[in-house]
Ligand binder design. Structure first.
Ligand SMILES: [Zn+2]
Ligand SMILES: [Zn+2]
Length: 93
């Protein structure tokens, strides 16, 4: 399967190409594409999709971990997220 790259979700910076984060976390905090308002970017392994992989955005305000394109946070592999990140600290964007 060829993975399509959606370039509208990327931006060019002095550091190279980086992902454009979603507009905000489920708790309502606004995210920006750079500066202190930008969520930090990680990855999580998850069983909800065929490629078992999501970009994980960590809200700089409430530290909620939000998986992009995920449908079920309960399917995250425990080895790929910090042990304290459970239940309400997981979100979907
Ligand atoms: Zn938040
Ligand atoms: Zn998922």
């Amino acid at each position: 399967m060829v993975r399509e790259i959606d370039w509208s979700k990327w931006q060019r910076t002095p550091r190279g190409w980086v992902r454009v984060p979603p507009s905000g976390c489920p708790a309502g905090h606004r995210w920006t594409t750079n500066g202190p308002g930008r969520p930090s970017e990680r990855f999580v392994t998850c069983g909800c999709t065929v490629d078992r992989h999501h970009t994980l955005w960590v809200c700089p305000t409430c530290a909620m971990h939000c998986a992009e394109g995920c449908t079920d946070t309960a399917l995250w592999a425990g080895t790929t997220v910090s042990s304290g990140i459970v239940g309400s600290r997981r979100g979907l964007v």
